[in-house]
Design a protein around this ligand. Structure first.
Ligand code: ADP
Ligand code: MG
Length: 478
């Protein structure tokens, strides 16, 4: 059931109930009022007549009412009846009618009628009764007192309309008014319902379009405060869903690029190995060349192993959900250990490594941090010319423990400075040389550093060489 129908039903019910209740109330009041008015008039007529008749009798020195007085009583009646719509009877002390303004019931006894019976013992009272024609009849009876004795009674009666009768009489008109009322209510409610439900419909359209895959739809917050709040909530939800979807797609894209990068990296060493192996299989290879091919196979397999290891490391760091095994780390100690394990490489190339300065300890995973410095030093030693120097500078700056690894290599282009931390990214110069690894070293570095809550940046030095700046949060002193 649509909001429109519900509203119409509810409005009609309320409007009809209110209209009916109000009508009943006011009509009843009206009926009561006219009955009261009628009763007042009958009462005053009765009192006036009783007083007039009693005065006449006193004047005439009579003590009882008889048929013989009918003529003079009629005259009294007429003097009053000219203005009255009521019927008046004058009764003797036995309740028998002596005169009747309707000229019908002369000689009829009314002593059985309750109000007359009461009048004959000196009490005035009134009675209402429903008439056969649907009207309400009211009668008032009061005594005629002469010298403190009841000598007769004045009995007045009248009828007034009854609402029920009126309604029955005017039922066509009532039905027409009621129908008009219902019609007006329906039209008003319909208009109101349209006005209220329009913003909801546009909201529903927006939601349907969104569900159908158009994630850019937003709805305009219009209408009542509640609907505007709903529209705002819908828009906020749409923003979030859209952002989440974009992220998912981006993640998807990264994954597929990663897979194609890995396959690409595997192809080069595998091609070299297969070429060498096939040549050897062909036989007839001079001893000297055979050694060359075998060493290619060994070198390229080693490269594959390194690649596999790097991938696993990266996977472990980036997929790690648990906490790192943290301990208090002295960065100088870690740097010296990294330098020591790289000594075979640096000594072979006659490159010196110098450590200067000090840094406050940090919380970290010793092996991982050593891997970070190892990778940085490994890169630095590859670009630093023979006989050159790599500087490792330690410092504490703004609550961070800092390590700078500075080489004397060719420096780094600004466009490469950020991208070298991407997986498989190698700057062109080093690609040409075909040296180093698959471009995973700095990706591993970046992953470890960020899991420690630190940062790492690369920048060319004004003179020559590159500086890598590693910053880790210093353990706060208490
Ligand atoms: N000290 C450095 N000086 C200049 N370029 C560097 C230096 N260290 C790294 N790079 C650049 O960053 C790239 C990515 O380094 P890395 O992730 O360690 O991969 P890989 O060593 O396997 O090439 C390198 O190929 C190189 O181009
Ligand atoms: Mg490297």
């Amino acid at each position: 059931m649509s909001i429109r129908r519900r509203l119409i039903a509810a409005f009609l019910a309320v409007a009809l109930a209110v209209a009916a209740a109000l009508s009943v109330y006011f009509l009843t009041e009206l009926e009561d009022y006219s009955l009261r008015k009628m009763e007042e008039r009958l009462t005053s007529e009765q009192m006036l007549l009783s007083a007039t008749v009693s005065a006449q009798m006193v004047a005439a020195g009579r003590s009882s009412l008889t048929d013989g007085q009918a003529a003079s009583l009629s005259a009294v009646l007429e003097s009053v009846d000219q203005t009255a719509v009521s019927r008046v009877r004058i009764l003797d002390s036995d309740g028998v009618s002596l005169v009747d303004s309707a000229n019908e019931d002369v000689g009829v006894g009314y002593s059985e009628t309750p109000e007359v019976a009461r009048a004959l013992v000196g009490e005035r009272s009134s009675t209402q009764r429903a008439l056969p024609d649907g009207r309400v009849g009211i009668s008032v009876a009061g005594p005629i007192v002469v010298d403190g004795r009841v000598t007769g009674a004045v009995y007045t009666s009248g009828a007034t309309f009854s609402i029920t009768t009126l309604l029955r009489e005017y039922r066509t008109e009532v039905a027409i008014v009621a129908a008009a009322f219902v019609l007006v209510t329906i039209v008003l409610t319909e208009t109101l319902a349209r006005w209220l439900s329009r913003p909801l419909q546009s909201l529903a359209q927006g939601a349907v379009a969104f569900a159908d895959g158009d994630h850019s739809v937003r709805v305009r917050p219009t209408g009542s405060a509640e609907i505007r709040a709903l529209a705002d909530a819908f828009n906020a939800m749409a923003d979030e869903v859209q952002a989440a979807l974009l992220e998912l797609r981006e993640e998807e894209r990264r994954k597929s690029r990663f897979v194609s990068d890995v396959s690409h990296e595997l192809r080069t060493p595998l091609t070299a190995i297969r070429g060498a192996a096939e040549t050897l299989l062909d036989g007839d290879v001079p001893e000297e060349d055979a050694r060359q091919f075998l060493s290619t196979i060994a070198r390229e397999s080693e490269r594959l192993t390194r690649l596999a290891n790097d991938l696993i490391t990266l996977q472990r760091i980036e997929g790690a959900t648990g906490e790192l095994p943290l301990s208090k780390i002295d960065l100088e100690v870690v740097a010296r250990q990294a330098i020591e394990s790289l000594a075979p490489l640096t000594e072979a190339r006659n490159v010196r490594v110098e450590v200067t300065g000090t840094a406050e300890p940090v919380l970290g995973d010793r092996d991982r941090l050593q891997q970070v410095l190892g990778n940085l030093l490994d890169n630095a030693s590859r670009v630093t010319p023979e006989g050159g120097t790599i500087a490792v500078e330690l410092a504490t700056e703004d609550g961070r423990s800092v390590v700078r690894v500075i080489d004397e290599g060719p420096g780094i282009a600004e466009k490469d400075a950020e991208r070298i931390f991407d997986r498989f990214y190698r700057a062109q110069s080093s690609r040409d040389r075909g040296s180093g690894g698959a471009g995973l070293g700095l990706a591993i570095v970046a992953a470890i550093v960020s899991s420690h809550g630190g940062t790492i940046t690369a920048a060319a030095r004004p003179g020559k060489g590159t500086v890598f700046t590693l910053k880790l949060p210093t353990i706060p002193k208490d």
